[in-house]
Each structure stands twice: as C-alpha cells, then as structure tokens.
Design a protein around this ligand. Structure first.
Ligand code: PEP
Ligand code: MG
Length: 522
C-alpha cells in the first residue's frame, strides 16, 4: 500500500539543528520566500490578464503576507531560539498565526487562516525542492491510502498505477469516488482514521462492491477474494464482447451509450469499450492542474487532444463547473460559508464573463470539426440559460460564426427539474446530473460519508423528478450522465422515464449496453 500525506505532515523538512546550521537555515528560508513570491507574482499577472483584477489581488496579498517583516522576524527567531530547521520554524510560526486568525469571529479572518496554511504549504514544498506531485510516484499495483483526494490531486494520479484506493473522507457521490469510477479504480471511502490504522507497506485487499477492506488477509480470505474477482472479470469480459454493437432494447429502441471523460486516456478507453460518443467531458482537470488559467488557444489544444479519438461522433462538453468542492487553485481565497449552495457552475461563470468567453472562443473554433453540444452546469433558473445563450450569440457574432453549436442544460437541482418547460426555451437538450440532483433533493452533501444514508440516487423521488421532466417536455431530448446511469439495476427504470441517452464512466459502457439489451422500454 501507498500512504499519501499532506506535505505539512511529511517529516523530511522538520528536524532539529545545532549552532553551526543556524545561518544556513535562515538563508534557506529567505530563498524559499523569494521563490514563492516569484511564483505568486507570475500567477497574479496571469490571473489579472485572464480573469480579473480583483482575484489577482488575492495573490498580491499572499506576497505581502509571505514577505511581512514581523512574520519573517518570528521565523528567524524560531530558528535561532528553538534550534529548528527552516521547515519546522515555518510550520510552528505559521500554525500560531493560523490559530490566531481562526479564533477570531469574522469570516474574513477565517479565510486569512486558510491563506496562511496554504502559504506554509507552499514554503515547505519549496524548501523540500518539491517539483512534481507525490502521487506521480505511486508504485504500480499498490493500494492508495489517503485522507482525501482533492480534485487537484486527481490530476496527478497516474492512470492504472494504483490498484485500489481507501479514503477517510468522501461519500459515495463525492468527486473522488467519481474520479475513481472513471478510471476503473476500486475505491472505498468514508473510513475514518484509516491513514493511522493501516501501517505503510501492509498487504490489503479492497472490495469496492461490498465496501470491504481486509488488512493482512488469511489464506481463506485471500482465496475468497480471488474467486470473486475472477467471477467479476468473466462477467465483464462477456459484456465487452458485444460492446461495439449498438444497445437496442428488447422492444427495438436504439439507446445511445456515451462516455464521461476528463482526459485523453478516458477517451481512448471509451473508444475501446464501444462508446457511441462523449456524453460528458468534464473540463475541470484542464484548469485544476495549473496555477494559472489557460487562454483560449491552450484550452482548445487540450480539448482537441482529448477528443481526437472520437472525431465524427457526438461530443457533449460541459462548461467549467467549479466552486463547492472543486475550487480552482488560482482562486483559493474565494471561499464561501456554504459553497455547495453558493456561487458554483454557471453562477460563477456569469460573474466572471472573461472566463466564460475564453471557453466559448475555444468551443466555437472546435465546432467546425466536431458534432459539438455545449452543456451548462448547475442551472437553476431559466434566466441562467437565457443569459448564457445571449453571451454565446455575442461570441458567435464576434467570431463571425453563423452555425451555432447545440446548447443544453444540466438538470441537477430540483428547481431546474421543475422548471424544465421554461429552461427548454433556451436549451436544445437536457442532461440529468443525478449526483448533484440527489445532493440537492435530499439536502445531503455528496462529499460527506456521514450522510450517505440520505444520499441515495436510487430512491423513487429521483425517478419522479426524471419522469416529471419527460412528461413536461416530451419533445426535448433527455440524457443522463450522473452515476445513476451506470447502475445496471436501475437501467429499466431510467428508460421508463423517457431517457434515451446514457453517459457513463468508460469502464461501465459494456455492462450498461448489456443491461439495456435486457430491458424492455415502456
Ligand atoms: C452530476 O452532478 O451528476 C454530474 C454529472 O456532474 P458532477 O458529478 O461533475 O458534478
Ligand atoms: Mg454536477
């Protein structure tokens, strides 16, 4: 197994020193401060150009914190008086400052506490000369044990290096769990203190279907596990055999099964598994892996690279869906008390029109070569779609493009489901994001394993919402791209709600095609 820890809990930069090392440690600290300041400066310049002035000021503020004279003096003093390394001094001093801020009432002070922690992390990483990301080095075949996987971590988790993951934080609808499904990585989340309980290097078996983890299995457990795995592999091999044929229901309806992707590897796997197109391209990873936002040319380049293997097939690209549990690295400080109910998805983009414009510019150029559908995330009001449609028309006029790509809305809030007829005035298709639809219907945080009982996308109320939309707008094409789409036990019920296009993680395509063939649409 492979233990993944936060850089602030790694031991190599935290040690005691003697008299002779003091000056060296002070110099190392000063050099780290200037490297971090340089990085923040270039980040700020880029954000100013690409997004807006206000956000770029956040990074300038970070520079003034990291260069603050009293903070620096306190770190020097800690090194000299306590005989500790620069890393230990940064950790101790920044921790004291963080606590001071967090003990204050005002929200702004709490945010400052987060900024201080983030800066401590940057300084310690810089002291350790950390260039890459710890997850790039994960040994092949190991079981990853970690507190949590942030979306930005997943950018670095090389496909197929790990054989399974066990996480402390994250419910079954969490983005970490989704990412794991996307790459076919068995994942059990919500196991508290697992990082402390399982010592590094231990032999571990993970059964994600039954959410079971066995540490140091005996012979019988090992044999049972292997037998189950073999059975599982045989069933999926059978489904893969027919994966490249269309999925036709028992009563002759052809149902499209497309893929949810986030990278070129996903698309390649989707093609290998018989995808009928890309039903949801989550472009967040293009943004999450960097310290500055892409311009439209590099965004276009990334999207083209990812979609090249499916040229000619329908592709549904979702506009950047950030906020809530998916903060952008270069927007770390725009935190909210209740982010899931705050400025996420299209709400965020409408507040930062430059960010939206960059995407339209890239997508309009892409639409010349692809059967493009643009999907709008986190729509709640018909006016969200009306405004997006207006901005798209403006971008088209500027680019002198007359043939509009298809524009559609994600239905992932109960309000959107119930307002489908009004939303459909501005949308050519609707796509159910049942992960968020479940979160917002049951008021259960998808990231929080403690409320997993409430987060259940197979409950009847969810199907009632799907059916209501179909009944209200029978002429509008409906698709589904949440995790519910990949549950073969629910395929017939989904079809019965009038949905005729599924989009699932690439490894699930063969199984879902098979489940469709077994169902009779009503
Ligand atoms: C959803 O909410 O169901 C969805 C597909 O979007 P995401 O999981 O990326 O929020
Ligand atoms: Mg969603």
């Amino acid at each position: 197994m492979f233990l993944y820890r936060d850089v602030l809990t790694r031991l190599d930069e935290f040690y005691d020193i003697d008299d002779t090392q003091i000056e060296n440690e002070v110099q190392r600290f000063e050099r780290a401060v200037s490297r971090v300041s340089d990085d923040l400066e270039s980040l700020s310049g880029r954000v100013r150009k690409e997004i807006d002035n206000h956000l770029s000021e956040v990074f300038l503020a970070h520079i003034s914190i990291v260069q603050d004279a009293s903070l620096k003096t306190e770190v020097h003093k800690e090194i000299r008086d306590e005989y500790v390394s620069a890393g230990t001094a940064v950790r101790n001093v920044f921790h004291r400052w963080e606590r001071r801020f967090r003990s204050m009432e005002a929200n702004i002070a709490v945010q400052k506490g987060d900024d201080i922690r983030d800066l401590a992390r940057r300084l310690v990483s810089s002291l350790a000369g950390v260039r890459g990301h710890a997850l790039e080095d994960i040994p092949i075949g190991s079981v990853l044990v970690a507190n949590r996987l942030l979306p930005s971590d997943t950018v670095f988790l090389a496909r197929r290096s790990a054989s399974a993951a066990i996480l402390e934080v994250g419910g079954q609808g969490s983005h970490a769990a989704l990412f794991a499904h996307e790459i076919g990585l068995p994942c059990v989340s919500g196991i508290s203190k697992v990082v402390e309980i399982i010592p590094p290097g231990e032999h571990v078996l993970v059964d994600a279907d039954s959410a079971e983890v066995i540490v140091n299995p005996d012979q019988a457990q090992e044999a049972g596990f292997r037998a189950k795995r073999k059975q599982h592999e045989q069933a999926s091999q059978k489904a893969r055999y027919q994966a490249h044929e269309s999925a036709v229901t028992a009563d002759g309806q052809v149902i499209a099964v497309l893929a949810n992707v986030g990278s070129i590897e996903d698309t390649q796997e989707a093609v290998r598994n018989g995808a009928d197109g890309i039903g949801l391209y989550r472009i967040e990873r293009i943004y999450l892996g960097r310290q500055e936002p892409p311009d439209s040319a590099s965004l276009l380049g990334e999207i083209q690279k990812t979609l090249e293997p499916v040229r000619g097939q329908p592709v549904y690209i979702r506009l950047l869906d950030i906020g809530a549990d998916k903060p952008l690295p270069f927007m770390e400080s725009s935190r909210e008390a209740n982010p899931s109910l705050g400025r996420r998805g299209i709400r965020f983009l409408l507040d930062y029109p430059d960010l939206l414009q960059t995407q339209f510019d890239a997508l309009l150029r892409l639409s010349a070569d692809f059967d493009l559908h643009i999907v709008v995330p986190m729509v709640t009001l018909p006016s969200d779609m009306q405004r997006v449609k207006g901005l798209l028309a403006e971008s088209m006029a500027r680019a002198k493009i007359s043939r509009a790509p298809k524009l559609g809305a994600m239905i992932e809030t109960p309000a959107a489901a119930l307002a489908a007829p009004d939303i459909a005035q501005y949308a050519e298709f609707l796509s159910f994001g049942t992960n968020d639809l479940t979160q917002y219907t049951f008021a259960a945080d998808r990231e929080n394993a403690a409320v997993d009982t409430y987060f259940d996308d197979t409950q009847d109320v969810i199907f009632r919402l799907l059916k209501t939309v179909h009944d209200d707008v029978p002429q509008v094409p409906l698709s589904i791209c949440g995790e519910l789409a990949a549950r073969p036990g629910c395929t017939s019920k989904i079809l019965a709600c009038g949905i005729n296009s599924f989009s699932v993680a690439p490894p699930a395509i063969p199984t879902i095609k098979e489940a469709i063939r077994q169902s009779g649409a009503t």
